[in-house]
Design a protein around this ligand. Structure first.
Ligand code: ASP
Length: 332
């Protein structure tokens, strides 16, 4: 580096597939491409950022599993240790983007800017949002202000935390929202503005993943059969999206107790997309009773992210009180 000259930021770009890498065919169906169209479009960018680009996968995001997330984590860790990168951008299908983002948030150090983005319209559709989102994600990953904010999601000119963002619309470009807390920052033309800090969280290093952690949604008149079927030697953990502030229909309790007696951790979040689940109600099936039974309350996460957190806690070898504290306490 020449003295007095600022060194260009080096950003590792990992393409994983999703609509951002797809095209619409003549029948109006969105299909995969062999080569990612983004690779041919980066000449539109006029910033001085060194992009190291890799097509790590070419998958629709419903094909992404925790094993792929682990591969991404390992690739990023290698780049941090050996390649002197300043940040990471991951392009990803939007369907499971929040799960990959949260997996990385829990397993990588919080200080490195890691930014995920995607698109709601494929590369050749009118009003395609992919290139713009990609550019915004690169600018965010290269921003000094993006350090210490954990893993971020940049879509539609907004910056969200991996912890609380969720996909809220099947097709609209403004699909990614952060209920309760709001976005952490905005992209305004070609710069990134942050308006909130992130509370630090405990991360866990994992090398192998536990399988068979399930997610169940509660409903009026819920049958206990769902929990009875989960009473299986392979079941390692269960997350329940409970009703309201954190309650369940009373007839489900005996089957849940049986799982708890077998030392299968049961984690509870709310099926409401705003607010947090807590032990507020003291009636049969109310949060107070569930907590007394040993159900772990998980504050602020949605079901799919609580599942990722439980999976990581179990994969890191946590049990009982340690696992409960890891899952329950965002700031532990
Ligand atoms: N179904 C697509 C996927 O998740 C949606 C998208 O990328 O926006 O791969």
């Amino acid at each position: 580096m020449v003295k007095g000259v600022l060194q260009m930021k080096k950003i590792l770009v990992l393409h994983t597939g999703g609509t951002i890498s797809m095209s619409e065919n003549e029948a109006g169906e969105v299909i995969q491409n062999e080569e990612n169209p983004l690779l041919k479009l980066t000449h539109h960018f006029d910033f001085e950022i060194d992009l190291v680009v890799e097509d790590i996968f070419n998958l629709p995001s419903p094909h992404i599993a925790p094993q792929h997330m682990l591969q991404l984590k390992n690739r990023i860790q290698k780049a941090v240790n050996e390649e002197k990168i300043d940040g990471v951008v991951i392009t990803h299908g939007t369907d499971t983007l929040e799960e990959t983002a949260y997996f990385l948030d829990l397993t990588l150090p919080n200080n490195l800017p890691v930014v995920l983005t995607g698109a709601m319209r494929s590369s050749n559709e009118i009003g395609s949002d992919g290139l713009h989102n990609f550019q915004s994600a690169i600018l965010t990953a290269a921003s000094d202000n993006a350090k210490d904010k954990g893993v971020l999601i940049v879509m539609n000119d907004e910056v969200h935390t991996a912890r609380y963002v969720t996909k809220t619309h099947t097709t609209n470009v403004a699909t990614f929202r952060t209920p309760t807390f709001g976005p952490i920052g905005l992209i305004s033309k070609n710069h990134v503005l942050f308006f909130q800090e992130l509370i630090a969280q405990t991360t866990a290093d994992v090398n192998e993943l536990t399988e068979e952690v399930f997610l169940v949604k509660a409903y009026a008149g819920m049958s206990p059969l769902q929990f009875e079927l989960l009473d299986h030697p392979k079941t390692k953990g269960v997350v329940i999206e409970a009703l309201g502030a954190g309650n369940l229909p009373p007839q489900t309790l005996p089957a849940i107790q049986k799982l708890l007696d077998k030392n299968i951790p049961i984690v509870l979040v709310s099926r409401c997309f705003n607010g947090i689940a807590e032990d507020v109600y003291h009636y049969i099936g109310g949060g107070v009773e569930l907590k007394e039974m040993g159900v772990i309350f998980c504050r602020g996460l949605n079901g799919q992210k609580a599942r990722i957190k439980l999976l990581i806690g179990l994969s890191a070898g946590m049990h009982n009180q340690e696992l409960a504290e890891f899952v329950n306490n965002a700031t532990s």
